[in-house]
Unconditional design. Structure first.
Length: 753
């Protein structure tokens, strides 16, 4: 029986990828580059090695890999984290992405490339690699430093912008103008569908998982999670978006559930497999002839990324409120492109809007910039030193004080800004839910009702039933839109502190009443032919009844509390099990002081010692706030607390203190035993003769355990089993005891082989 070509191709791909990635692991290089190299080796462009038979099937598996990669990215993503970051990372990420994309478009135009090639090139150059930067920080021991956390925050936002960019590029590739009303419509449509999916998903999916939690094994959970992933991918495709976008949305929804950590662990092997196939398929597109002919664009694009990120990256962080030194360390760290560049390039190829030459060029640039990443990170401080020596001191002083702009206390927040922001968010969300409900009812239920109730007279009954059900379904949303935040702290403070605030506050209520009434007016106008005055009267009366309905109030509050509970379920679970950092982390007075977590290695020399013995405070200047041990959390540990292997230590300090603490914890290890062979344990028989020093002594007094490091297993008295000795047993001449110990200790004890 012949083996299908797909099996042959997978065997070749995985074997070559396994060997190459082991080599790259040995060389301490990113595995992504190993996969790309493996793809080049098995491609038709490499005549000296076996090549893949059916390239189309491999690319299909690579497309599945993109879905899994975006699903895994969504699982690591949290909308709540984005909201808690504030505006600083948003400003930095937006500026960097826009500037690098514009720079990429200009470079593409300078080479005479088409508009579509230039636009997609800009999208590829705008995205730094989260995986490569994280690994570089880890390898260089910088992951605990403050600037590294700033970089990771911006990278998370860049990943989100990359998803939006993919949708926008798909729209542009479809022939629509990059400017004008069509692009605005696409952005609004994207926001509408994204909010709708997220809100509905957060409400329904945690309820489903909570109801089936007792039935969920690892096997069923991974099947359900992947089923939801591909279901959303199909829905996104039907809605006109990419399947990868749908996978990301479902991953971000599941990221808010209690099962998220388990899903991440279960999906990781599947993601690694299909992700490897995707990056191998990327390497298969690398054509040496194209690289040789395009060496000038490769060099220019490499310099564009390095210089562009050094300048625009640093500027973006400065605009977000960071001083020059920190901004340069952040900007220099982002001078590379990675996974999303390949995904955007794959999108362009699949849509047939970019040239075949662009893909290998971007891959070559990614490889070069990846190798240069550690050197760019190290070059940041010397570059800052050069600027500090060459620029006027007043400039350096002003730039270094920019960081003070973004550090304000909660008491300085404007009540009006907070209240209006919350009201707008609530109005937008409840309007989207109401719009989606009306659309579903009019699209599916109304034709069904008219079909069940045919005829002119019954036709109006079908309209009436649909209208009543629709109003009942959106009533909780409309009531929440009108009433929510009318009794908030900000509303009451504004109402009491100044009489001039009362008219604008009443106006905010009236605006929301008009919006709610507009929904009811649309329903009545669509389903009936009543006069506008009558419809408006009905809408206003219905709104008043919704506001004063106690049953509707309880129903609305219940739905909202259930949604909030679902949204916070993972945080609650993390706090209960000690997996989430303390809430005070973000409120430390000195911005250079923060909290970091460290793992105690299994072979740590600190294991078994008390905190008072380690003198952590005096040696490093850090404070141990908590120790996480399994499911136990030890807050404010005392000096007598003992450190165990596997403990997670949460410490407070500045960058230098935490770095020194982490390095000591990492390096102070129990040395390997050079004579491990001598540690073998032996069981030997010892006969106590008249010369034995143990005669007349008890087992406790003999010192066999304490002095000779051996252990008495039992006493032989002629029976088949040994007699277990009591510590008070008195040894006599002729006793036969069995002893366990190392060979050298047994010889010292007087035992002969």
């Amino acid at each position: 029986m012949e083996i299908p070509p797909l099996i042959q191709d997978l065997a070749l791909i995985l074997v070559v990828a396994g060997v190459v990635t082991l080599l790259f692991k040995k060389l301490r290089q990113p595995l992504v580059l190993g996969y790309i190299m493996a793809g080049f080796l098995v491609s038709p462009h490499m005549p000296y090695t076996p090549s893949v038979v059916d390239i189309a099937d491999v690319h299909m598996w690579g497309d599945i890999g993109v879905v899994f990669l975006l699903f895994a990215l969504g699982l690591d993503f949290s909308f709540k984290k984005i909201l808690k970051m504030g505006m600083a990372p948003v400003i930095a990420a937006s500026f960097i992405v826009f500037s690098m994309m514009l720079l990429g478009v200009c470079v593409g135009k300078a080479f005479g490339w088409s508009q579509m090639n230039s636009i997609f090139l800009g999208g590829m150059l705008a995205m730094s690699s989260t995986t490569i930067i994280y690994k570089a920080f880890d390898d260089m021991g910088l992951r605990q430093q403050h600037f590294a956390s700033l970089v990771m925050s911006v990278l998370i936002l860049e990943d989100v912008l990359a998803i939006v960019m993919m949708v926008m590029l798909s729209t542009i590739a479809g022939g629509q103008s990059p400017n004008g009303s069509e692009m605005l419509y696409s952005v609004l449509r994207l926001g509408f569908i994204l909010i709708l999916w997220f809100v509905v998903g957060i409400f329904l999916i945690p309820l489903f998982l909570r109801g089936t939690r007792r039935l969920m094994t690892d096997e069923t959970l991974v099947v359900v999670a992947l089923g939801l992933c591909f279901l959303m991918a199909v829905v996104a495709t039907q809605a006109g978006f990419s399947s990868a976008f749908g996978a990301f949305v479902m991953g971000s929804i599941l990221a808010e559930t209690i099962e998220a950590d388990k899903i991440i662990r279960l999906v990781e092997p599947v993601k690694n497999l299909f992700g490897a196939v995707f990056f191998v398929s990327v390497g298969m597109l690398v054509d040496p002839e194209i690289l040789a002919s395009q060496w000038v664009p490769i060099v220019v694009l490499t310099l564009t990324i390095i210089l562009g990120q050094a300048v625009f990256g640093s500027t973006g962080y400065m605009l977000s409120g960071q001083p020059l030194k920190t901004a340069m360390r952040c900007g220099f760290s982002m001078a590379q492109i990675g996974e999303f560049a390949f995904i955007i390039a794959s999108l362009g190829l699949s849509l047939g809007v970019i040239g075949d030459f662009l893909y290998p060029v971007v891959v070559a640039v990614s490889v070069i910039t990846t190798f240069l990443t550690p050197y760019m990170i190290r070059a940041a401080l010397p570059a800052y030193g050069q600027l500090e020596r060459r620029l006027p001191q007043r400039w350096i002083h002003r730039l270094n004080l920019l960081g003070d702009v973004s550090h304000t206390t909660s008491s300085e927040k404007n009540h009006w800004n907070a209240l209006l922001r919350q009201m707008i968010i609530n109005t937008v969300i409840y309007s989207i839910l109401s719009t989606a409900t009306i659309a579903l009812m009019f699209t599916f239920f109304l034709p069904f009702a008219r079909k069940v109730l045919p005829g002119w007279d019954l036709h109006w009954w079908a309209n009436a039933i649909t209208g009543i059900l629709t109003v009942l379904m959106i009533a909780p949303f409309l009531r929440a839109m009108i009433v929510k935040k009318n009794h908030s702290v900000e509303f009451k403070a504004l109402w009491n502190e100044n009489r001039l605030n009362r008219a604008p506050l009443i106006f905010t209520i009236l605006v929301r009443i008009i919006i709610a009434a507009a929904f009811l007016f649309y329903i009545c106008n669509y389903l009936s032919r009543f006069a506008n005055a009558l419809i408006i009267t009905f809408a206003l009366v219905a709104v008043i009844l919704m506001i004063y309905s106690r049953r509707l109030k309880h129903r609305s509050i219940k739905l909202e509390r259930l949604f909030v509970q679902n949204l916070r379920s993972r945080d609650i679970e993390a706090q209960v099990h000690g997996k989430k950092k303390p809430l005070f982390e973000g409120h430390l007075l000195d911005r250079d002081i923060h909290i970091s977590e460290f793992n105690v290695p299994e072979d740590s020399a600190w294991a078994g010692k008390r905190l008072s013995q380690l003198r952590i405070g005096s040696r490093f200047g850090v404070h141990v706030s908590s120790i996480l041990r399994g499911m136990q959390r030890i807050n404010i540990p005392g000096g007598q607390t003992v450190i165990f292997p596997g403990d997670r230590i949460q410490a407070i300090g500045n960058d230098d203190q935490l770095h020194a603490f982490g390095q000591a914890l990492k390096n102070e290890l129990v040395p390997e035993d050079a004579e491990i062979e001598k540690r073998e344990m032996h069981l030997r028989k010892l006969i106590l003769d008249s010369q034995s020093p143990f005669i007349g002594k008890t087992l406790r007094e003999s010192g066999i355990r304490d002095q000779f490091n051996c252990m008495v297993v039992g006493l032989e008295e002629g029976q088949q089993d040994l007699t277990i000795l009591d510590p008070a047993h008195l040894f006599e001449e002729g006793d036969i005891i069995w002893v366990v110990g190392e060979a050298e200790d047994l010889r010292t004890l007087g035992v002969r082989n």
